[in-house]
Each structure stands twice: as C-alpha cells, then as structure tokens.
Design a protein around this ligand. Structure first.
Ligand code: V47
Ligand code: SF4
Length: 367
C-alpha cells in the first residue's frame, strides 16, 4: 500500500514521493531520477499501481486495429532501425493506394475500428499523396478512425510540398486524419539524437508538430525509445519535455515507452535491457507522467507475457488486435513474428493478471 510507503522507515525521498502522489502533486525531475537510481522495484509497482487505479481503475483498454506500413523505403538511416531500405534495395516494399484502401475495406468486415498508418519517409511522396491515401481509405470505409503519420513523416511531407505546417495539418484533418501516433520522438536530448538518428526531425520540431496538431484539434500519442545509449537523466529530460507540452495543450492521449530491440540494426551490439528494467521504466513513467491518462504496453514490441506484467507496473492500455499487420518489431527481433491477438486471447491475458479487459475506441471511450 502506498500509505505504508509514505509512513514507513524507508528513506525520506521515497516517503516524500509517495506523499506527493497521495496529494496529487507532480513529482520533480530530481525525484524521477532518484526513482530510476534508487527505488526498490516493489515500491515502484505499488506507487504506479495506485496512480493507474486512480485514473483507470482495473481497466485495461484495447481496440480492434490494423497497421498499414505504406513503404519501408526511407531517406533516413536511424541506427536503431531494422526496417528501412533504400529505393530498389532488396527487402524494400511500397504498396499502392488502391492496395491499402482494399486492405482496410477487407479488414473492416472483421470489425476493426482503427487503422494505424506509419512507414518510412519516402523521398518522392508529398502531402498530396498522403491526402489521396486518407481520402481513398475514407471512401472505402467511412466509419473508421485513421491514426496516421509520425511527426517525422509530417515534417517531410509539408517541407517537400512547400507548405506551412499548420496549413498542412489542416489539410490532413480535412481529408479525414483523426489522430497522430507517437513515433519519431526517440530521445529528445540532442547529443544522443545526434548519435542515433542524426538526420531526422529534431526534438523542437517534433514537439512543435504535436503542439500545432493539438491546436488544430488533432489528438496524438507520445513515445520514448529507451534501452540503448541514453542515460536515466536523458529519459527524465525526455519525459519532462512531454509533460510540459501536455500541461500546455492536453492533446496527448497515451505515453508509450518503446524498448530498443537489437536484431538487424547497427546498434544491435549493445544488446537489450532486462525485463526488470522495462518494468521499472513503465512504473516510473506512470508515476512521473502525471498529466497523461494512459500508459501503453505495446505487446508486439514487448511480447505478450512481458506486456501482461507491465499491467502491474502502471500500464493500462494493451493497444489492439493488430492482425499481423506490422513488421517494425518483428524485423527487430520481437518474439511475435506474426503479431496477432484474438479477443478471447486478449481477455485471458488481461483477466488472468487481475484486470478487466475493456474495448475502447481510438479516443478511449468504452465500447
Ligand atoms: O519511432 C524503430 C521505434 C517507432 C526500433 O502511437 C524501434 O499508438 C525499438 O511509434 N527497437 C514507431 N523501437 C512505432 C511507434 C508506435 C508503436 C506503437 C503504437 C504507437 C502509438 C506508436 O518505433 C519509431 C521508433 O521509435 N523503433 N525501430 C527498434 N529496433
Ligand atoms: Fe526511417 Fe523511421 Fe527507420 Fe528512422 S526509424 S530509418 S525514420 S523508418
């Protein structure tokens, strides 16, 4: 119980953190750093669970979704990426708009409520191509939530089309874009970013794109890629920038810690962090990100069993059924090489961990 931690013989810092949480006071960056360095894992679980229950009771949210990865051809070569290829390179792919609209149409017959579209930054595609893609999907299926394009893709498409960011976001929204996924954030610290993804959209621009999206009425998610060459201080800095933007706009729906997966990429020699490190990171992000209602355990990256454990460390969202439609993590060595979860499997995973599986739409209304 968190009350026991607040009153116990534990050190003064952990007691004061527990008291802040009980009084709904956001913990400081120093507190957060202390949790990474010193807190006992059991205490982290208790405090994170107290917050997850006060926000979301025992609910674990999921949806019926598919991903579409239009292409893995990318102008960038991020050091952690196992997925991108150059034009004409073996293993590259590129779907036509018609193929993608057909896929959404076919999958919608099975009851999916969301399509998540994210891929490589293709050198030839401008914003009008992506508007046509959204338009074709909207025409194929009117009632579906389109969550699409990381800030990195949006940055490239508006720049290539030589249009202002806000104008571009308004055009995408008018075409039918409903929300923006959280990718491309990686780690905001410029020295680390310079080492792992030097060419792509910088932190200021990533944050600006999400800020302007929120202002024009497009909600979004935020991620943090951890477990590579960053330090705990970099993770705290990253989450602090997101918490600040959330305080300003309130436009983020979920925070998604993304664990670095090592297979088939140039950073792979550093290996992967342990499960305990993942669980501690979930709990600490739940405790620190006080103005984010949802923390997502993205099971295609973690694996189903580890994602299930993350539910006891603050996570309340299990993402969706996926239907074997994403390759980002399978190509980086994730356990589920064909990620797919049936509703009954999902319910068993959630309920056997002591939680209640709740189907949601893409804006977290219960269905
Ligand atoms: O930005 C790429 C990450 C992200 C690796 O918004 C890697 O609901 C670990 O953002 N190891 C894209 N991570 C995926 C993403 C996402 C995923 C699920 C849900 C949502 C959401 C967003 O994938 C990239 C990058 O940070 N990534 N390669 C890797 N080897
Ligand atoms: Fe391209 Fe995204 Fe891979 Fe970076 S992470 S190389 S931007 S596909």
């Amino acid at each position: 119980m968190i009350h026991n931690i607040a009153k116990s013989g534990r050190d003064n810092i952990i007691k004061s953190i527990a008291k802040k949480v009980l009084q709904k006071i956001p913990i400081s960056d120093d507190d957060c750093f202390y949790l990474y360095e010193k807190a006992e894992t059991g205490d982290l679980a208790v405090i994170a669970n107290y917050i997850r229950e006060s926000y979301n009771n025992k609910n674990v949210y999921y949806n019926r979704n598919i991903h579409i990865e239009p292409t893995n051809i990318c102008i960038y070569k991020c050091k952690f990426c196992s997925y991108s290829r150059k034009q004409g390179e073996q293993g590259s792919w590129e779907f036509t708009i018609e193929q993608m609209a057909d896929k959404v149409k076919n999958e919608s017959k099975k009851g999916i409520t969301e399509v998540h579209i994210v891929g490589g930054v293709h050198p030839d595609k401008d914003i009008y191509y992506y508007i046509n893609l959204i338009d074709a999907i909207r025409k194929a299926v009117t009632e579906i939530h389109i969550k699409a394009f990381s800030a990195v893709e949006i940055d490239y498409m508006v720049t290539k089309s030589n249009i202002d960011l806000i104008e571009g976001l308004k055009l995408l929204k008018k075409a039918g874009l409903d929300s923006i996924p959280g990718g491309g954030a990686e780690i905001f610290n410029s020295e680390i970013r310079q080492k792992i993804c030097p060419e792509k959209t910088n932190s200021e621009r990533w944050l600006e794109i999400h800020k302007q999206a929120h202002k024009v009425g497009i909600k979004s998610n935020a991620t943090m890629l951890y477990g590579h060459i960053e330090s705990y201080a970099h993770r705290v800095e990253h989450m602090s920038m997101l918490r600040e933007l959330q305080a300003e706009t309130g436009g983020f729906m979920a925070f998604i810690p993304l664990k670095f997966k090592m297979l088939n990429n140039p950073l792979g020699n550093i290996g992967e962090v342990t499960l305990i490190e993942d669980l501690r990171n979930y709990a600490i992000s739940r405790i620190y990100m006080s103005n984010f209602k949802h923390i997502k355990a993205y099971w295609p990256m973690l694996g189903k069993e580890y994602a299930q454990m993350a539910l006891s460390f603050g996570a309340d969202d299990f993402d969706g059924t996926i239907e074997d439609s994403t390759k980002i993590y399978s190509m980086a060595g994730a356990k589920d090489q064909k990620p797919n979860l049936s509703i009954s499997e999902l319910k068993t995973i959630v309920n056997s961990a002591g939680f209640v599986a709740v189907e949601r739409n893409s804006t977290y209304d219960m269905l």
